[in-house]
Design a protein around this ligand. Structure first.
Ligand code: ADP
Length: 398
C-alpha cells in the first residue's frame, strides 16, 4: 500500500479538519478570532514534506519541515498563543492525521503501519521542537525590548520619585509585585536552562517566560501611566486642539476594543445620532478618555452590553457617556475611583491588568479640557460615566 500517496490525497481533508479542531478546541482560545488561513499557516507544506519522507527518506524534506515549523513558531508568538495552546494544536494534528488515515491503515501490514506511525510521530515531534525554538527566541527578543524600554523610562521615573512625594510609597508598592515576579521567574528560567540545557523548550519553561513577558508589560503600563500623571501634575501636559470628527473617533475606539468585548460576548452599542458634527478639541486626548472609559466598561462587565452615547447639550457643551451592565461601584467608592491607585473592592476578583490609574488620568484630562466627569452606578446593575466638554476647548494662548 502506498501510504505516501494516501497522505497526499488526504492533505485537504486533514488541513480542513485540523483547522476546525483547533478553532473549536476550548483550550486554544487564541485561535477564536483568527481566520482559517491564519490558523492553517504552513500545514499543507508540512504534510507534503511528511508524505515525501514516507515515500523515501529525504533530508531536504526534513529541512523544509524544520523551516516551516520555525516560521510557524514566530507566527504563533505574534498571534499571542500560549505554549500550552501550541502543544495542544500539534496534539490535535496527530489525532486528525491518524483518524483520517485510520480506515486505510488497517489494510496495511504491521511493518508498514509501524513505519507510518514512526515517521508521522517523529515529524510532528520535530515540528513541535522547531516551533517552540523560534517561539522562545521571539519571546526572548520581547523580554530584551521590555528591558531596554524599562531602562529608558527609569530616568523619568527617578524624576517622578523626586517630584511627587505623596504617591511615591504607593507607586513603589505597585511596582514591587510585577518586578519581583520578573526577577523570580527570570532566575528560574536561567537556573533551569543552566542545570538542564536539553529541557530548555518544555511547556513549564515556556510558561515561566510567558509570566516574565506578562509582568514586564504590566510594569511598563504602570510606569507609563504614572508618568502621564506626573506630567500633568508638573503642568507639562499641553493640549493641541484641532477640528475633530467625534463620530469617526468613537468608531475607531470601538473597532479597536471590539475583540475584548467579543471574547465575553458583550453587545457593543453606539448612539451618536445627536452628536455634534465637529468639535474643536485635542483628538489624541479625547481618544484616550473614550478608550479608558470603554475598556473599563468591558473589563468590569461579565455579561450584557456596553453602550456609548454622544450628544449635543445646551450652552455650547456636548457629552459622551459610557454605560455598562457590569459589577457596579458602591456609593462610598464612587468618588474615590478617580484617585490614583484606588481600586474598588467590589468584584471579589481583581481584573488582571488593573493599575488603578486609568480613571485618575481620565479625570485630569477632562479637567485640562475644561470639562467635568460624573459617575452614576449601582452595585450589581451597572455604571455610567458621563464626560461633559465644551464644543471648543481653549488653550492658554487662545
Ligand atoms: P483600573 O481599572 O486599572 O484598576 P481605573 O482607574 O480605570 O483603574 O479604575 C479604578 C477602579 O474603579 C477600578 O479598579 C474598579 O474598581 C473601578 N471601576 C472603574 N470602571 C468601572 C466600571 N465600569 N464598572 C465597575 N467598576 C469600575
Amino acid at each position: 500500500m502506498n501510504f505516501s500517496q494516501l497522505l497526499v490525497d488526504n492533505i485537504d481533508t486533514i488541513t480542513k479538519n485540523w483547522v476546525e479542531a483547533v478553532r473549536f478546541d476550548r483550550q486554544i482560545s487564541s485561535a477564536d478570532d483568527l481566520p482559517g488561513s491564519a490558523i492553517q499557516d504552513h500545514l499543507p507544506d508540512v504534510l507534503m514534506a511528511m508524505a515525501t519522507v514516507l515515500s523515501q527518506s529525504h533530508d531536504r524534506d526534513i529541512q523544509s519541515i524544520v523551516q516551516n515549523s520555525l516560521e510557524h513558531g514566530v507566527l504563533r508568538a505574534a498571534q499571542g498563543f500560549a505554549p500550552t495552546e501550541i502543544a495542544r494544536e500539534y496534539r490535535l494534528l496527530r489525532q486528525v492525521i491518524f483518524s483520517t488515515l485510520e480506515a486505510d491503515l488497517v489494510e496495511g501490514t504491521v511493518r508498514e503501519v509501524m513505519r507510518v506511525y514512526g515517521v508521522i510521530d517523529a515529524t510532528i515531534d520535530e515540528a513541535i521542537a522547531q516551533c517552540f525554538k523560534s517561539y522562545v527566541e521571539e519571546r526572548f527578543q520581547e523580554i530584551q525590548q521590555l528591558r531596554s524600554s524599562a531602562e529608558l523610562t527609569n530616568q523619568e521615573l527617578t524624576r517622578l520619585l523626586k517630584a511627587n512625594q505623596e504617591n511615591v510609597s504607593q507607586l513603589a508598592h505597585e511596582l514591587k509585585t510585577p518586578l519581583n515576579s520578573i526577577i523570580g521567574y527570570s532566575e528560574l528560567i536561567l537556573r533551569s536552562s543552566r542545570k538542564n540545557p536539553e529541557v530548555k523548550d518544555t511547556v513549564p519553561h515556556l510558561e515561566h517566560i510567558e509570566r516574565v513577558v506578562r509582568n514586564g508589560r504590566q510594569l511598563l503600563r504602570l510606569i507609563n501611566d504614572a508618568l502621564e500623571i506626573s506630567r500633568y501634575e508638573a503642568g507639562k501636559m499641553k493640549l493641541h486642539p484641532v477640528p475633530t470628527d467625534v463620530r469617526s473617533l468613537i468608531d475607531d475606539v470601538f473597532q479597536m476594543l471590539h475583540p475584548l468585548a467579543a471574547v465575553k460576548e458583550l453587545q457593543m452599542v453606539v448612539d451618536c445620532e445627536r452628536a455634534p458634527e465637529k468639535v474643536l478639541t485635542d483628538p489624541l486626548r479625547l481618544q484616550q478618555i473614550v478608550t479608558n472609559l470603554v475598556s473599563n466598561a468591558i473589563r468590569y462587565t461579565e455579561s450584557g452590553s456596553v453602550k456609548l452615547t454622544c450628544q449635543m447639550l445646551f450652552d455650547n457643551q456636548w457629552s459622551i457617556a459610557a454605560s455598562d451592565t457590569g459589577i457596579g461601584i458602591a456609593p462610598e467608592d464612587q468618588l474615590r475611583v478617580f484617585d490614583p491607585f484606588f481600586r474598588a473592592d467590589n468584584s471579589g476578583t481583581r481584573v488582571p491588568d488593573s493599575t488603578g490609574l486609568g480613571l485618575a488620568i481620565v479625570s485630569q484630562l477632562v479637567k485640562l479640557m475644561q470639562g467635568k466627569i460624573e459617575v452614576v452606578s449601582l452595585l450589581g446593575v451597572g455604571s455610567t460615566f458621563t464626560v461633559t466638554l465644551p464644543l471648543e476647548v481653549k488653550t492658554p494662548a487662545s
